[in-house]
Write a protein that binds this ligand. Structure first.
Ligand code: GLA
Length: 755
């Protein structure tokens, strides 16, 4: 039997190798020979224009790195190239060519022999007059520029001189063409047939059955592909096949073939699903390898357990609301001893409400009971100036619903936060992002749009579930989504938010750049100071979250404008590139983090995301998601789930409900992790915790399993240390000196050591 497994593994390997062999043949490289000029002239698109006096440029690097530092605006790239008809003759699929031009920051129009063939990543199929509008489509810098033309497109001059001209426009920051690849090639099997694994999450049935649905789609309207579909599930540890299937398939033009596999597998073990299509006449193969999510968080105990924050900040006289997060078999009964006067606890749902008038500190003892026993824990209440003494945990509408957010979606999300049990692990905020605003009325009151018929009722409903609610605005006249901002209405807006019952404000710079186009440091602070005063006057504890992508090193002055958190980077996406670039670049801000003053590397891209209204399952692998939550916990980052809570899948729920991992994020000392070691392959970050122990994150940046070595000397630690794996919640015994731990590709381990 074992031999059979090994044989199947070998076949899969052979097929994968034969897949790799077919790429890169029959391509014309566009890596060199480019000419470059700043400015904007229509004649620069034409073949005849003489560019011999232009500068040469390397298309793989942005123009700032090639002598054009600080340049913003239009610039053109030109390249003469022969397109040989041998490309067509040698090709397996002869009907289309593709021109690959790396990435372009921000906007582009691409011309072939004077005719427009592409704009901001979209092929222009028919003769179209170029317009100036394309520069309005900002934020497309990360999209691969791939323009596909029919082989008989008259814009191509086969076997002759061709001119590719790129008209690019950059508004600020990095500009122009960069990345890879740069080539002309015929489209291949992989360009026509696409596996799509993102339309369904992996499903678990008990601890040992896995089901995965996926599709294979023929994008071509003319080609039919016949062949075999080979599916293997392979254990990460030893390469042993745990499932294998081979079926004949006929994929007619435009067909989307749906496939589902179910197999037996221990869901705590890392493994991969390898799917190949082998075309029968040519033997050409496309393969995708997918990590099977593995479950690390143990099942919650039926006995009572108190989770979430151990310290809570509130200002004198502000409405007080704190929900005791606790797990255990229902019904649970909640009580609190030594509650200061002014507060009461609801014994059925554990919500503490009221208000406290005097500054001071109180330690209360919480008790949660069920028929199996009881749990006790201290909660420290600090009545003072600073709120959000642990990073906010909750959900925000942007990464799933984008501008299509509505009252109904917010209510459903709040209900799901409760019914999924997330609330019992400390998840609290339900934040409405952009897309709720209408206009200011004649009295200066901000009116929600028709999607939000009654904001006060909505806030009341969310509070009644034991949750809190947030909102979004801009200090400029308009938000990024083009909705009404708060400019000149700050005081009124804050007052309205407070009246409705808002607990969190995300305040994004967008369109304030029209007020202060090249802001000085003081001008960067001005609008945030303005809203700070407005919030303070509103007499409600509103978590104040700055969002301006880290401009002016906001972490050095966020506290000065009374912000409770500030975004340190641009928007995150559900890719490893985005996640790792943002997550591993947070070390410089680390010293500025403190209780109530958090660095915010953006929201969590797990589960069903999509920026609305259409959603897809996160493109991050399970290991990458473990890295995401591990790193964000070490970074003391606000944890704002970005997915559709109404369809949270088993893996995501398991990922977000690990109380020992969350406890690192919520640690009352509030000290952000520092990067202790960084190599090309791995990083080690450590965070000192209130009880004197140290949380250590080990991160594998490679795409292979890796043993990450840790030297306790690098952490300034000597002697024997007790070690605990926080994801699996198991003790690992004592260590001293050195140790190493296996990490999955792009994955992480989170351990805690204490004496
Ligand atoms: C900015 C923020 C996003 C989101 C959008 C809404 O881009 O960074 O997180 O809030 O605004 O328009």
């Amino acid at each position: 039997m074992k031999k059979m497994f090994i044989l199947l593994g070998t076949i899969a390997l052979f097929l994968m190798l034969s897949c790799n062999q077919q790429t890169q043949q029959n391509a014309v490289s566009l890596d060199t020979g480019w000419k470059f000029n700043t400015g904007d002239e229509p004649a620069w698109a034409t073949l005849a224009f003489d560019d011999s006096k232009w500068d040469t440029i390397d298309p793989k690097k942005i123009w700032e790195e090639q002598g054009y530092k600080g340049y913003d605006g239009f610039a053109w790239y030109r390249l003469h190239v022969q397109i040989p008809s041998s490309l067509k003759e040698n090709a397996f699929i002869k009907d289309s060519i593709q021109i690959l031009l790396g990435k372009i920051d921000d906007c582009d129009q691409v011309f072939l022999n004077g005719e427009l063939i592409g704009e901001n990543g979209r092929t222009i199929f028919i003769k179209t007059e170029p317009s100036a509008e394309f520069i309005k489509e900002q934020g497309k810098w990360y999209i691969d520029r791939r323009y596909v033309l029919a082989a008989n497109d008259p814009r191509i001059h086969w076997d002759q001189d061709n001119l590719i001209a790129i008209r690019s426009y950059d508004q600020r920051g990095a500009g122009g063409v960069f990345g890879k690849p740069f080539e002309i090639s015929m489209t291949e099997l992989k360009d026509h047939l696409k596996f799509d694994f993102s339309s369904a999450a992996f499903m678990f049935d008990g601890d040992s059955m896995i089901t995965k649905k996926f599709t294979i789609q023929n994008l071509s309207g003319t080609e039919e592909f016949k062949g075999k579909l080979l599916i293997n599930a392979v254990l990460g540890d030893n390469g042993i096949n745990i499932y294998s299937e081979c079926t004949g398939v006929d994929i007619t033009p435009h067909l989307k073939l749906e496939k589902s596999v179910t197999f037996k597998h221990n869901i705590s073990k890392p493994a991969t699903l390898q799917v190949s299509f082998i075309e029968s006449t040519s033997g050409k193969t496309i393969t995708d390898v997918l990590e099977i999510p593995y479950i690390l968080t143990p099942k919650v105990s039926m006995k009572p357990q108190i989770n979430g924050a151990k310290v809570f900040g509130v200002r004198p006289w502000s409405p007080f609301q704190f929900k005791v997060a606790a797990t255990g078999q229902p019904p649970l009964r909640y009580s609190a001893s030594d509650l200061p006067e002014g507060l009461v606890i609801n014994p059925e749902n554990g919500i503490i409400t009221g208000s406290l008038k005097k500054k001071g500190e109180y330690t209360i003892k919480l008790t949660v009971e069920n028929r199996l026993g009881y749990a006790e824990r201290d909660l420290k209440i600090i009545v003072g100036d600073i709120i959000s003494l642990t990073p906010p945990m909750g959900w925000n509408s942007w990464n799933c619903w984008g501008l299509s957010v509505s009252d109904q979606k917010i209510r459903q999300s709040a209900e799901a936060m409760k019914s999924s049990g997330l609330i019992d692990h400390g998840w609290t905020y339900i934040n409405i992002d952009d897309g709720w605003e209408d206009t200011h009325d004649k009295y200066g009151n901000i009116l929600p749009n028709a999607k939000f018929p009654n904001m006060k009722a909505l806030c009341g409903y969310v509070h009644s579930l034991g949750l809190k609610i947030g909102i979004y605005s801009s200090p400029g006249p308009k938000t990024c989504g083009g909705y009404e901002g708060s400019y000149t209405f700050e005081a009124k807006d804050a007052q309205n938010y407070a009246n409705w019952g808002i607990d969190y404000l995300k305040y994004y710079w967008c369109s304030y750049e029209n007020i202060a186009p090249k802001p000085t440091l003081e001008q960067m602070k001005d609008p945030y100071r303005e809203m700070k005063h407005a919030i303070r006057k509103a007499n409600r504890d509103i978590h104040y979250s700055l969002c301006q992508y880290g401009m002016g090193d906001v972490w050095t002055w966020g506290a000065e404008v009374d912000a409770n958190s500030w975004r340190t980077t641009g928007d995150i996406e559900d890719t490893w590139e985005s996640l790792s670039a943002i997550g591993f670049s947070q070390n410089p801000c680390s010293p500025y983090s403190a209780p109530g003053r958090w660095n915010d590397p953006d929201m969590l891209v797990v589960g069903w995301v999509g920026w609305g209204p259409a959603l897809h399952y996160t493109r991050l692998t399970a290991s990458e998601q473990y890295t995401h939550i591990t790193l964000w916990s070490l970074l003391a980052a606000p944890l704002l789930i970005g997915c559709d809570l109404t369809q949270v899948d088993a893996f995501t729920l398991n990922l977000l409900t690990n109380d020992e991992v969350i406890a690192v994020n919520q640690d009352p000392l509030g000290k952000q992790a520092a990067q202790i070691k960084k190599t090309n392959d791995y990083e080690i970050w450590t965070r000192n915790l209130e009880d004197g122990s140290i949380a250590i994150g080990l991160f594998n940046k490679t795409d292979k399993p890796l043993y990450v070595p840790v030297s306790l000397k690098d952490l300034n630690i000597s002697g024997k240390q007790a070690m605990r794996d926080l994801w699996t919640q198991t003790d690992l015994g004592k260590v001293s000196g050195h140790f190493e731990m296996k990490t999955q590709p792009h994955g992480a381990r989170l351990i805690k050591i204490s004496q």
